[in-house]
Design a protein around this ligand. Structure first.
Ligand SMILES: *[C@@H]1O[C@H](CO)[C@@H](O)[C@H](O)[C@H]1NC(C)=O
Ligand SMILES: *[C@@H]1O[C@H](CO)[C@@H](O)[C@H](O)[C@H]1NC(C)=O
Ligand SMILES: *[C@@H]1O[C@H](CO)[C@@H](O)[C@H](O)[C@H]1NC(C)=O
Length: 470
């Protein structure tokens, strides 16, 4: 009932705000490259993502956060959208993972289906003085914006600028209540947690799916970022619902909410424990506590739109060697995309978050950093998005103008924080991911996978040598 209600409202909203979706969809923006852009809609076949012309697609992208309290993509008080997008393009990347909070859509609904001006959003989140100051900086840097510009128009402007540069948008439903993500105590962890209302969640997905129809470069959408145990829920029984059975029921509802309003986009399914586990989806084991298993037939008509996503950090389980790292990540679900593994379900797999401190040494010396870069370079899976673009946040966990030591960009979003890493690590990884040079690493990892990974000893040292500037 709620779903139908929300669809009607979404439809109404777009009667007034979208001129011609069909026209923008069918127009290819340029014909200068070998593969036409946007080359959608995309589909999947086993573990491969395919463009409309049948050519395989792999992501190489970066996270651009927009789900903290202001609910506006970060950085615009320091640089113009055009400048930021040109920096992303200079990395050779083809995608941004643009995050948003469900709360933004809730506010659109409670405001008579009108979004809130960015000026109001800044003042609400940062207070009058700071909010006005940051708003004025944003307008100074981005003169196409003014007092009437809404948050969704900022999302539109970013999508349009990216389209100009043949960069895709992956829209990520990052949190329920706008905030820094993610811990198991924040109330946005799991369906029915304090701020995570299932009906508002599907309403938000439907809304953004329809909203994104006007972007020719919207390639994919996530269902929810980093599901995790609802530790601080005030409902005593909620912890018992933290299981695969509930997950399965909800992700079917979420996928349908997206697909019904936007049949073109790929839909990303994320796993449990902060999106570090998709094992039963891949190996076909029971979705406990039920004895049902993951069935493509439960997504009849659009199972070729489903993509799996995992996150990988050095936080929960410290990484001590690359062999173990690979095995763990294979078991977590990457085996779905590995030729050397027998699995029940083959899907494309994308690592939508990974990253580390952007200093001059971590990328070369930290074991996790070495292992994750090597793994991603192997091209097992359909690419990745690094965390994170932002050199600073309007507000992070209540701290205004907070610095981001993991940001690719510096505090003012003007230069790379670690030019060494960008030149020596990230750009080569993008090339390896999008080109064909990762092939040998992949063979090596597949081979190692077959033969208990014995070949792989000492590979970290080799990788370090390979990464050093020629
Ligand atoms: C998927 O790819 C395989 C191998 O290229 C091909 O034989 C098969 O027909 C494809 N399936 C679909 C549904 O396109
Ligand atoms: C498991 O499946 C059987 C039928 O195959 C059914 O009778 C039983 O109720 C199921 N158990 C659960 C927990 O779903
Ligand atoms: C990295 O090294 C360069 C010199 O090569 C230095 O200018 C820069 O400040 C260093 N960056 C960090 C984050 O330590």
């Amino acid at each position: 009932m709620l779903i139908h209600y929300s669809r009607t409202l979404v439809a109404l909203f777009f009667v007034f705000s979208v001129s011609s979706t069909a026209a923008s969809r069918s127009t290819s923006t340029t014909a200068t490259t070998a593969t036409p852009f946007p080359n959608g809609p995309f589909t999947t076949n086993a573990s491969t993502i395919l463009g409309a012309d049948g050519s395989p697609f792999v992501y190489a992208g970066v996270n651009w956060p927009g789900a903290e309290v202001v609910m506006i993509p970060e950085g615009l008080q320091y640089q113009s959208i055009a400048t930021i997008v040109s920096k992303i393009q200079s990395l050779g990347m083809n995608t941004i993972r643009l995050t948003y909070a469900t709360e933004m859509i809730d506010q659109v609904y409670s405001n008579g289906l009108k979004d809130i001006p960015i000026k109001t959003a800044f003042v609400k989140a940062l207070g009058v003085d700071e909010g006005m100051r940051v708003f004025q900086q944003v307008v100074a840097r981005n003169p196409e914006f003014n007092e009437d510009t809404t948050r969704l128009q900022v999302y539109d402007a970013i999508a349009a600028e990216c389209a100009k540069h043949q960069i895709y948008i992956h829209l990520d439903n990052h949190v329920s209540k706008a905030s820094w993500c993610c811990d198991p105590f924040d109330g946005s962890t799991w369906w029915d947690d304090v701020f995570f209302c299932p009906a508002k969640w599907t309403r938000g997905l439907s809304f953004m799916a329809a909203f994104g129809m006007q972007w020719p470069n919207l390639i994919s959408m996530s269902l929810y970022n980093e599901l995790r145990p609802p530790f601080s829920s005030t409902k005593p029984d909620l912890m018992r619902t933290y299981n695969w059975d509930v997950w399965y029921e909800q992700i079917q509802a979420g996928s349908k909410a997206i697909h019904d309003l936007n049949p073109d986009v790929l839909i990303f399914l994320s796993g449990l424990n902060g999106d570090t586990d998709l094992e039963p989806v891949v190996d076909g084991s029971p979705l406990i506590p039920s004895n049902t298993t993951f069935q493509r037939a439960d997504f009849a008509g659009y199972d070729n739109k489903l993509v799996l996503e995992l996150h990988s950090y050095d936080i929960l389980l410290p990484v001590t060697d690359c062999l173990r790292y690979q095995e763990e990540i294979m078991q977590a679900g990457y085996s779905t995309a590995s030729d050397s593994r027998e699995v029940a379900n083959r899907f494309p797999m994308v690592m939508t978050e990974w990253g580390f401190k952007q200093d001059n040494t971590t990328w070369l010396e930290n074991t996790y950093a070495i292992c994750v870069q090597e793994f991603l370079g192997s091209r097992i899976g359909s690419g990745w998005m690094i965390w994170v673009l932002s050199g600073s946040y309007y507000s992070r966990k209540g701290n205004h103008d907070a610095d981001e030591s993991w940001g690719l960009l510096d505090h003012e979003w003007s230069a790379w924080r670690s030019p060494d890493y960008i030149e020596g690590g990230l750009k080569p990884l993008v090339k390896q991911t999008l080109g064909s040079t990762g092939y040998h690493t992949r063979l090596r990892i597949e081979e190692a996978s077959k033969e208990v990974y014995m070949h792989f000893q000492g590979s970290s040292q080799q990788y370090k040598e390979r990464l050093s500037p020629q």
